[in-house]
Ligand binder design. Structure first.
Ligand code: CA
Length: 239
């Protein structure tokens, strides 16, 4: 049986948007269309969709800006649509937190298949509140490389060794390790792990990251767990 996912599509080319809507509705999904980023953000707020299909080039806010804004507060899965020439943008799109991308022109059947794959992964990782399998099975112990992060008991081991972390370091590590490969901005980490009192002090995150690295990395100059994404923030490597 098809899942009745709610999907917001932000795409300014009306013909493409229509085709996507018609096809995915036949697949049993509910589709909301927006022709620009501002409208798209409104639809996301209003309908809390399960997934976002996001064109990179839009007349007002571009797709990257939308990704960046959404990633501050939401874990909604995002599939980005890009034109063939935008090779670097599409890499940046993934770095910014998109979950997958499709290069135009693409097949609608392929898009539907990618949506199901992304939703399946989101369900496994406990992303979003409505995906199948969602938060119920959220892992209590995250195993990443040599690290074992016990989210419930707030303890971390590297191999057999207990790693002593401050509460803030623990929050940063457990948040990032839950979503390997996703880029977190300093602001995002600050707001999630330190609270609003620290807004405006985004660089204070760097100090915590640097301390965290001393405790978990073999070589702090060449980190293998938490890497810097220049111009954006940090990400936890897929292990
Ligand atoms: Ca476009």
């Amino acid at each position: 049986m098809p899942h009745t996912y709610k999907v917001v599509v932000i795409e300014d080319e009306e013909k493409i948007a229509r085709m996507i809507k018609d096809y995915l509705e036949k697949e049993g999904m509910t589709i909301f269309l927006a022709g620009d980023g501002t409208r798209g953000m409104e639809l996301i707020k209003r309908y809390s969709p399960d997934l976002l299909i996001l064109d990179l080039m839009l007349p007002d806010l571009d797709g990257l800006e939308i990704c960046r804004r959404l990633r501050r507060e939401e874990n909604i899965p995002i599939i980005m649509l890009t034109a063939r020439s935008q090779e670097t943008d599409r890499v940046v799109g993934l770095e910014m937190g998109a979950d997958d991308y499709m290069v135009k022109p693409f097949s609608l059947a392929e898009l539907a298949a990618r949506i199901r794959a992304v939703m399946r992964r989101a369900g496994e990782q406990g992303i979003g509140s409505k995906g199948e399998g969602s938060n119920k099975d959220e892992a209590k112990i995250l195993s990443r490389g040599e690290l074992q992060i016990d989210v419930e008991n707030r303890s971390v081991k590297k191999g057999d060794r207990e790693v002593e972390l401050t509460p803030t370091e623990f929050k940063i590590l457990s948040l990032m390790a839950r979503y390997p490969g996703r880029v977190f901005s300093r602001l995002q980490l600050l707001e999630s792990c330190l609270g609003e009192a620290y807004s405006g002090y985004e660089r204070s995150i760097d100090t915590h990251i640097s301390n965290l690295r001393k405790k978990i990395e073999e070589d702090v100059a060449n980190p293998s767990y938490i890497v810097t994404v220049f111009g954006f923030g940090y990400k936890f490597m897929n292990k």
